[in-house]
Design a protein around this ligand. Structure first.
Ligand code: HEM
Length: 320
């Protein structure tokens, strides 16, 4: 009996380890012998793009989020639509909104110059997202790599998995939970809204119709975002009203003053379960940075393709 139990335990443990293999393979040293020049190829490309336009750093961080939430961090978001292939770029959360693809193309070219055919677009995006955060003043971390690129994309996954800005706290929580991310990861990762811009169409309802918005702030944002749907939809406003090109904890300071730009932002501080976390990040930027790094690493671990799955794309926009 005891021997049977041990045998069963061994079997299930082995199966669990095998199932977990694809996760276990991401590591910080994956390219240390196959492409030692990887990091020094990517960083200057991201630096010069941000030097030309600071917002693009935010756009790259968002690309990583929108990639990882749809069939894992596999560069599915980077694939262009063709006559015979439907990608994710035209899905509602992405259409007219995601940007920064040219920077990933340029980083890929720089990497191909030093080690052709070795590094995935999914890993280049993960590294470029980290570099963007660092360049804009945020924390640094060692990026786990070893992902491979998808040969598929999911338009419906992009529509269904990426949270819309109209979400309430319960919906946000369940969409993050579906990716294996906790409420704490969600609140910390949302701190990425300390950088970047949003379009009027995504915050109009909040600044005109919600009651948990500071009055003066709402009036300021209304001046750049007409109340009529279809008018000024693409007008931009900063997600962090003070410093949209600096990565710090101002986002949370805005939330406790009812100055979150999106309905979903303000949901994180609206009398619910996440209020205390928001307060803790207001009090401690280092706590925010630490939890943001943990969240980015966890998000980067979402169902990667590893081993011989997928491919190493030659061009990030196309399947080989
Ligand atoms: C919690 C749920 C989230 C919702 C509902 C949400 C929604 C949005 C929306 C609506 C925009 C503006 C898009 C536009 O108007 O074109 C935006 C921008 C942005 N989001 Fe999120 N987001 C969420 C979480 C995240 C996470 C986890 C990250 C990264 C870790 C992130 C990073 C960004 C960045 C950096 C921008 C600015 C992009 C730019 O300026 O190009 N967001 N988000």
């Amino acid at each position: 009996m005891a021997a049977q139990s041990i045998a069963l335990w061994l079997l299930t443990t082995t199966m669990a380890l095998q199932a977990g293999t694809s996760w276990a393979q991401l590591s910080t040293g994956f390219y240390s012998s196959s492409c030692p020049g990887l990091y020094s190829a990517v960083k200057p490309v991201v630096q010069s793009a941000i030097d030309s336009e600071k917002r693009v750093g935010a756009s790259i961080v968002r690309l990583f989020f929108h990639d990882c939430f749809v069939q894992g961090c596999d560069a599915s978001l980077l694939l262009d639509d063709t006559a015979t292939f439907q990608g994710e770029k035209m899905a509602t959360p992405n259409n007219g909104s995601v940007r920064g693809f040219e920077v990933i193309d340029a980083a890929k070219s720089a990497v191909e110059n030093v080690c052709p055919g070795v590094v995935s677009c999914a890993d280049i995006l993960a590294i470029a997202a980290r570099d963007s955060v660092v360049i804009l003043g945020g924390p640094s971390w060692d990026v786990k790599v070893g992902r491979r690129d998808s040969t598929t994309a999911s338009f419906s996954g992009a529509n269904n998995n990426i949270p819309p800005p109209t979400s309430g706290l319960a919906n946000l929580t369940s969409l993050f939970a579906a990716q294996g991310l906790s409420q704490k990861d969600m609140v910390a990762l949302s701190g990425a809204h300390t950088i970047g811009q949003a379009r009027c169409t995504n915050f109009r309802d909040h600044i005109y119709n919600d009651t948990n918005v500071d009055g003066a702030f709402a009036r300021t944002r209304q001046s750049g975002c007409p109340s009529t749907s279809g008018t000024g939809d693409n007008n931009l406003a900063p997600l962090d009203l003070q410093t949209p090109t600096v990565f710090e904890n101002d986002y949370y300071k805005n939330l406790v003053s009812n100055m979150g730009l999106l309905h979903s932002d303000q949901e994180l501080f609206n009398g619910g379960a996440t209020d205390a976390l928001v307060q803790s990040y207001v009090s401690s930027q280092s706590a925010f940075f630490a939890d943001f790094v943990t969240g980015m690493i966890k998000m980067g671990d979402i169902t990667p393709l590893t081993g011989s799955a997928g491919e190493i794309r030659k061009n990030c926009r196309r399947i080989n």
